[in-house]
Design a protein around this ligand. Structure first.
Ligand SMILES: C[S@@+](CC[C@H](N)C(=O)[O-])C[C@H]1O[C@@H](n2cnc3c(N)ncnc32)[C@H](O)[C@@H]1O
Length: 225
């Protein structure tokens, strides 16, 4: 994939690649190339679909992305994740299930946020982002003021971003950062709302891990006013 990026982007600190890809992984990557979003053909690849678009940032092995796409064939799901090994797993499932309403951006989401026209995305899902719990690493967290401003710009009016975490420090960080942006409204009706996974999200690998290790998961939905 060729990237012609003129702008400086925040550095990405996570892993891009783990174990060497298996033969079947390399084959899946080839066979699934039509699902990969091309930077140079962004509009043709994505916006010409003329469908409601849901963006999932950091889809991991793709459990939520795949299940959502299967359940809602009328919606286009765009998944972004720079970690190649899990992206390949996700592409294998897309191929096995013959899914046609997913596009994958196999890189840092911050590289393409400016390409979306304003008000083009209906929903954003950010499920269990890396918490970077140490104070000295807080700049590495994805949720920063610039990121929130970009999400605000690309969301349609009344569009939502759903953020989940199982980490105490990140939970406070999420609330602090989103509530500082006065034009996002926290969707909470009863106090326990934040403890329950919203109906339109599926169990992910990281949620499962948190539940097995008896950590409380928190779910926040913020709506663009
Ligand atoms: C803790 S994992 C959670 C994965 C999945 N959402 C789940 O719940 O199982 C965080 C994921 O976010 C991805 N990620 C980290 N920084 C990212 C970025 N800047 N853009 C897109 N994805 C990112 C990582 O590669 C990783 O797959």
């Amino acid at each position: 994939m060729s990237l012609h990026l003129s702008k400086e982007f925040p550095r990405f600190y996570g892993r891009r690649i783990g174990r060497k890809l298996s033969k079947s992984g390399i084959l899946a990557l080839k066979a699934g190339s039509k699902y990969i979003l091309q930077y140079d053909r962004f509009s043709e690849d994505l916006l010409n679909f003329n469908k409601k678009i849901v963006l999932e940032i950091g889809f991991g092995d793709g459990k939520n992305l795949i299940n959502s796409a299967k359940q809602n064939p009328e919606i286009l799901y765009l998944g972004a994740d720079p970690f190649l090994n899990t992206t390949v797993k996700c592409i294998k499932q897309i191929l096995e299930n013959n899914i046609n309403n997913i596009k994958i951006w196999p890189d840092d989401i911050r590289k393409i946020l400016d390409l979306f026209p304003s008000k083009s995305i209906s929903e954003v899902k950010l499920l269990f982002p890396d918490p970077w719990p140490k104070l000295k690493h807080q700049k590495r967290r994805l949720i920063q003021i610039n990121f929130i401003n970009s999400i605000y710009k690309i969301l349609k009016t009344n569009g939502t971003i759903t953020v989940a975490t199982d980490h105490k420090i990140l939970k406070s960080w999420i609330l602090e950062k989103f509530q500082a942006k006065k034009k996002f409204e926290w969707q909470i009706e009863i106090s326990k709302d934040w403890q329950n996974r919203p109906k339109d999200c599926f169990l992910t690998k990281y949620e499962e891990k948190a539940l097995n290790e008896k950590r409380i998961t928190s779910w926040f939905v913020f709506k663009k006013k």
